[in-house]
Design a protein around this ligand. Structure first.
Ligand code: DGP
Length: 114
């Protein structure tokens, strides 16, 4: 599997504004923010897309949601509301092929998205 920029952030070879880290998950500010709060919640395991996740990854996938919720609370957007986005493959807009959740908040969002 091709190395991604997120692998280099995890190894601290590239700088990032890290908001959370434990042994399995790292979360950092998106370089091109689409909202006042825009954080990427990333498993350290390099799963390219959600399609590549295995049954054994179910706890890790759940943890991404848990970390996103924790960050939403810590950053003060939990009560107003926030959006989680997971892009899978190119037609959905995925550009970095290392699975990640976008945590977006601090402004209103519309549904359905454009
Ligand atoms: P996606 O389109 O779902 O694959 O989102 C990839 C996101 O990653 C995109 O919003 C921009 C962000 N991104 C790409 N390169 C970097 C980087 O070097 N640093 C940070 N912090 N974010 C990056």
């Amino acid at each position: 599997m091709a190395e991604t920029v997120f692998a280099r952030i995890i190894r601290r070879e590239l700088p990032a504004q890290i908001e959370y880290e434990d042994e399995e998950v790292i979360a950092f500010r998106d370089i091109n923010p689409q909202a006042p709060v825009h954080i990427l919640v990333v498993p350290k395991k390099p799963i390219p897309t959600l399609n590549d996740a295995a049954e054994e990854d179910i706890p890790l996938l759940g943890k991404l949601l848990w970390v996103a919720r924790h960050l939403a609370q810590r950053l003060g957007i939990a009560e107003r509301g926030y959006r989680l986005v997971l892009n899978c493959n190119s037609e959905a807009g995925q550009t970095v092929f290392h699975l990640h959740l976008h945590l977006l908040g601090g402004r209103p969002f519309h549904w359905p998205p454009g």
